[in-house]
Design a protein around this ligand. Structure first.
Ligand code: SF4
Ligand code: SF4
Length: 110
């Protein structure tokens, strides 16, 4: 039977493997991103699920979450929230693109 210490060591090794894998993925995506003063983030509203991940990583208060009517025939919720970029505050860093789980954010020309 697997002991606690062995299990903890296996979990730690697996967490490290997953972290390294995610970091590699982000590095690849980051290399492809258009970032900097000439770029600004843009949210594809249809893909935004209102999860707030982008606002957590944005240090520039450049993302507002706004109430939006939910268009789901199966969920009985009156509203959802969608991310909206505050263009003047956005520094074009691209962090929100990497944080978004649904690929709802693009970097476009400013
Ligand atoms: S690109 Fe950077 S500054 Fe602009 S909204 Fe995303 S995280 Fe914020
Ligand atoms: S991380 Fe993506 S899905 Fe989540 S609120 Fe921001 S734009 Fe929407």
């Amino acid at each position: 039977m697997t002991g606690r210490e062995e299990l903890a060591a296996r979990r730690a090794a697996e967490a490290e493997r997953i972290r390294a894998s995610l970091d590699r993925g982000h590095e690849g995506r980051k290399a492809d991103l258009k970032v900097g003063e000439t770029a600004v983030a843009f949210v594809k509203e249809d893909l935004c699920i209102g999860c707030d991940q982008c606002t957590i990583v944005c240090d520039d208060e450049a993302i507002d979450m706004v109430p939006t009517p939910l268009r789901s025939p199966v969920l009985e919720m009156e509203s959802n929230r969608k991310a909206v970029i505050v263009r003047d505050a956005c520094t074009g860093c691209g962090l929100c693109v990497l944080a978004c789980p649904t690929d709802a954010i693009l970097m476009i020309d400013r």
